[in-house]
Design a protein around this ligand. Sequence first.
Ligand SMILES: Nc1ncnc2c1ncn2[C@@H]1O[C@H](COP(=O)(O)OP(=O)(O)OP(=O)(O)O)[C@@H](O)[C@H]1O
Length: 358
Amino acid sequence: MSPAPVMVRFRDTVKTFPGTHGEIRAVDGVSLDVHEGEVFGVIGYSGAGKSTLVRLINALEPVTSGQVVVDGVEVAGRPESELRRVRAGIGMIFQQFNLLSSRTVAGNVGYPLAVARWSRARRRARVAELLEFVGLSDKARQFPSQLSGGQKQRVGIARALATNPRLLLADEATSALDPETTQDVLDLLRRVNGELGVTVVVITHEMDVVKHLCDRVAVMEDGKVVELGEVYDVFSRPRHRATRRFVGSALRDRPSPGALERLRHRHPGRVVTVAVQEDGASSTDLTRALREHAVDGTIIYGGITEIAERPFGSLTLELEGDHGDVQAFIADLSRTTSVLDLGTAAAPIADPDATDLR
Ligand SMILES: Nc1ncnc2c1ncn2[C@@H]1O[C@H](COP(=O)(O)OP(=O)(O)OP(=O)(O)O)[C@@H](O)[C@H]1O
């Protein structure tokens, strides 16, 4: 199957800002393609460059060097008049919703249509259709202050979709919402993608958002893309430290240094953390290896979740048995899955990725 056409292409894209201690490379040589029809996530900690990357897509910031191509149009160096046409094909939603407080829900949704000089009759019909789609038909005459956060974001989504954009940019769109409302908004964004065929780029610092919504994900750190791929692949086998921290903070599957120290007090044996993947150490593999090597394993920590019905996570075990048997068990299991040796209470080995997560 040939990949879908490209909706957004970055090639060696750099964006710098002047800083007090020299230039800041907010986007530092990014190359990636967002395909038509996919939901693409960009995840990173604060300052990683995510918002800058988005502002390059809708040409709110000029690129310093490299390419940014949106729906076939090279954005870099375009005159403002032509950029307006590119922006017209892009919808955007924000963490703080950015609704006009003096306008009703219908007025907010219809605003971009008024700007685009749609007739009153067409506007009314389109607004009604959009409110129906986001489930707010009964709120048309209310004002934003009368709505919950989740309802405000639904209005934001309806407004962003008003002029039928082919691309929707969602910058931390659920960061101000509680978990349940977040889920509703993520479901709605899935429908925007699935039913309307809109390509969605999601910027977030929350792995759960990526997990529930995205097809592929890019992990950013210090302006660079450090990992890129299918969501399951990236999160079930995180290679970069930043990715491992996102998995750790969402899943809380690995003991923090403090928790590990407490565990060692109670469990003086050899401690290992074993990755759980659909094709790696399923619990059957683990039990088989324990049996074959005459090693006793007690689960002392762990967490497993799933993405698209595919399980992943890790289990931390205390192993007891003859030293040679334990060594052989670790070597055997390491052939099919990732095993992190954390040593024993007497000879501890630190987890290089463990952080006391905020
Ligand atoms: N207009 C600007 N002028 C100077 N520096 C900027 C500007 N915009 C962003 N930066 C810097 O570029 C880097 C990346 O910022 P950016 O906002 O893109 O990151 P982010 O991942 O979106 O983080 P956050 O989630 O905190 O917004 C940061 O060091 C930031 O201080």
